[in-house]
Write a protein that binds this ligand. Structure first.
Ligand code: DQA
Length: 164
């Protein structure tokens, strides 16, 4: 009796999707989150935010690196190096530098790595000098006003945008 041929699996070979590396950059005074004007910025520390972002990224198979500096040049350097270091996206809370820095705008324009502008508070509901952002037009979008949740909302949006 002829043997029945075993049907080959129709399943396509699954190619493992590579996780994305996301850089989370924080500018001046954000090292003092939790203590600094909590009525405006909330009580979460930057370490709390880092933990939340890492958990969220890992759940989706990605990875987050969070850095903070009070110096504009550090942030410019990190943005400039991001592409070569294999990052696919940046969340940037440039803090006060948001309102003044052409250097950050140039750094964002000079990289292929996509960035989302993030703020804990809503700068447009505050003093008029905060209504200007020099970096917005170099970013994919802006998330502001949801305190620490702005970061997780921004990560979710950036990962979706990058197809992750
Ligand atoms: C901020 C808003 C900026 O205007 C301010 O200078 C900050 C924090 C925010 O996250 O709400 O330092 O970027």
């Amino acid at each position: 009796m002829a043997r029945k041929k075993k049907k080959r699996s129709q399943k396509k070979p699954t190619r493992k999707r590579r996780g994305l590396r996301i850089l989370v950059l924080n500018g001046p005074n954000l090292d003092r989150l939790g203590k600094r004007e909590p009525e405006i910025y909330g009580r979460h520390t930057l370490a709390d935010i880092e933990t939340e972002l890492q958990a969220m990224a890992r759940e989706r198979g990605h990875d987050v690196t969070l850095l903070q500096s009070n110096h504009e040049g550090d942030l410019i350097g990190w943005i400039g190096a991001a592409e070569d270091e294999g990052y696919s996206g940046i969340l940037l809370n440039a803090a006060s530098l948001t309102h003044t820095s052409i250097g950050l705008y140039d750094a964002l324009k000079g990289t292929k790595v996509l960035a989302v502008e993030v703020h804990l508070s809503n700068p447009h509901a505050r003093e008029s000098f905060r209504h200007v952002s020099t970096i917005s037009s170099a970013c994919v979008g802006t998330i502001a006003g949801f305190r620490a949740r702005s970061y997780t909302l921004a990560l979710d949006a950036l990962l979706d945008h990058l197809g992750g």
